[in-house]
Design a protein. Structure first.
Length: 224
């Protein structure tokens, strides 16, 4: 299966990656383009070699190693921490109250953010291009929007629950039934899903073409 980028096929793309340290010297980008510190300079007339030790993203090996270690530690903390919250609420009888259901919903969103979204986003940022294919780019972008929106809306739901519990303590606590709580949590996830579904159905800006594949959230999503 070929994954063309502009006029570049799989073979050309693999050659670009395999010879990343000498892209500028080989003139792979053609006549008037040069590769300087991880960026293309269309105004340059003479191909220029990249700075030693840099990649298309512009980061050096030291930067990549340091960022990978730090962000990986953060991802482990996010995944394990939220997983423990979910397990505690699901197994401990003293924690199985309606108020904690909202917290569990937030923990689910953050758990999948750390497990599914952050690793690919980290790789895309450090490498400077998207290597995981166009199909996964669409899915990843949609899940990114879904989970980030759900996380924010769950925080809003928790805030509203605390606010109503204080300002309308007796009245609200009588009406805050398990069924109503489930409906509120479901509504949060449905509204989050409605925001991320349109790009999967084709309502999105055309992906910009370039020498390296890119994966960015559609600007149409950001305008919603």
């Amino acid at each position: 299966m070929e994954f063309p980028v502009g006029n570049i096929t799989n073979e050309d793309f693999l050659a670009m990656i395999g010879n990343a340290s000498g892209i500028g010297q080989s003139g792979l980008f053609g006549g008037n383009d040069s590769y300087i510190n991880g960026t293309l300079s269309p105004l340059s007339t003479t191909p220029t070699a990249p700075l030693p030790g840099t990649y298309p993203s512009g980061y050096t090996i030291a930067h990549i190693v340091f960022a990978s270690i730090v962000v990986t530690i953060l991802m482990v903390i996010i995944v394990v921490g939220n997983m423990l919250v979910i397990i505690a609420i699901a197994t401990e009888k003293s924690l199985k109250n309606i108020q904690n259901w909202f917290i569990a919903s937030l923990a689910v969103a953050d758990f999948f953010l750390g497990l599914v979204i952050m690793p690919f986003s980290l790789a895309n940022e450090l490498m400077g291009y998207w290597i995981f294919g166009a199909w996964w780019c669409d899915i990843h972008s949609a899940m990114d929007v879904l989970l980030c929106t759900a996380s924010i809306m769950n925080l809003c739901l928790i805030s509203l629950d605390r606010y109503w519990s204080i300002t309308k303590a007796v009245e609200y606590l009588k009406t805050r039934t398990p069924t109503r709580a489930v409906i509120m949590i479901t509504a949060v996830w449905i509204m989050s899903g409605l925001i991320c579904i349109p790009p999967l159905l084709g309502w999105k800006a055309k992906r910009a073409e370039g020498p390296l594949p890119q994966c960015q959230v559609s600007s149409m999503i950001l305008k919603i």
